[in-house]
Design a protein around this ligand. Structure first.
Ligand code: URA
Length: 264
């Protein structure tokens, strides 16, 4: 029987090394999973032809298939409710396995402005809504400072499930979710699109420079389905502003630039 003090010690040790989330009910010894079973050493047999070791497609090929499946599913959605249902039925993104809830979007589909962040955090995962944690509170204040209410904006993310431990989504995860966010933009057709942080700017605008270099100017977001390109800009994410408050000066300039474009 383990004593309560030992349990507390183990818990403290986990917190100390940065573990802040349990992603399963039962513990898994991942070290033992890594140990490859010892193979018997066999003399080479020249009469046996080896079968190519391609039982499963390599990751890039596998994700190409998933991206194609995501594209087909997203393209078939004729409104945001259908798109949500399509996403709920989509099993292709591995992040779904460790998340509590799908976090799709918040706000009115008639919004003139869309803001796309990186990925949901712990509170977003619990509530199934984007930007409801501390960064959401900051975002609400930022919007209010230019006279925009949260309800006037449609908020979403580059991926729709929380990455474990709030890690940055992988390129593969972002690529698999991309057709859904692109379809959401096509359905909402906002006047202004704002990417918050590097992962969203890379996924939607194809820009991989740092936010510091991308912010403060307008890009054109285009798609084959959109009649007209959408004015897009890049801002520091609210998480980044919370961690690095001296970026707030630049964020304020960006908000003024957006206010001018919105004509509010
Ligand atoms: N940060 C994001 O990028 N998205 C959220 O939903 C919350 C925090």
């Amino acid at each position: 029987m383990i004593e309560i003090n030992s349990v507390l010690e183990i818990l403290r040790w986990h917190v100390g090394i940065g573990v802040d989330e349990a992603i399963g009910d039962a513990p898994v010894d991942r070290f033992s999973l890594l140990e490859a079973p010892a193979l018997p050493i066999q003399a080479p047999n020249p009469t046996v032809t080896r079968r190519p070791a391609v039982a499963t497609p390599p990751p890039s090929q596998a994700s190409d298939e998933l991206v194609k499946a995501a594209r087909a599913l997203a393209a078939g959605a004729s409104d945001v409710d259908a798109l949500r249902s399509a996403l709920m039925s989509f099993e292709g993104c591995g992040l779904r396995k460790t998340a509590t809830n799908l976090v799709f979007f918040d706000g009115a589909p008639s919004a003139k402005m869309m803001m796309i962040g990186g990925a949901p955090g712990a509170q977003e995962d619990r509530q199934g809504k984007p930007f409801v944690g501390p960064s959401g509170a900051l975002l609400d204040k930022m919007l209010a400072s230019i006279g925009v209410q949260r309800n006037d904006v449609l908020l979403s993310n580059t991926v729709f499930w929380r990455p474990p431990g709030n890690r940055t989504p992988t390129e593969q995860e972002a690529a698999i979710c991309l057709p859904f966010i692109q379809r959401l933009i096509e359905l909402v057709q906002p006047e202004i699109l704002i990417t918050l942080g590097g992962p969203a700017s890379k996924a939607l605008l194809g820009e991989s420079q740092g936010v510091g270099r991308l912010r403060g100017r307008w890009f054109s977001y285009k798609s084959a389905v959109l009649e007209n390109p959408i004015d897009a800009t890049v801002m520091f994410s609210p998480e980044s502003l919370l961690k690095t408050p001296n970026q707030k000066r630049a964020a304020w300039q960006d908000l003024l630039m957006i206010r001018e474009k919105l004509n509010v």
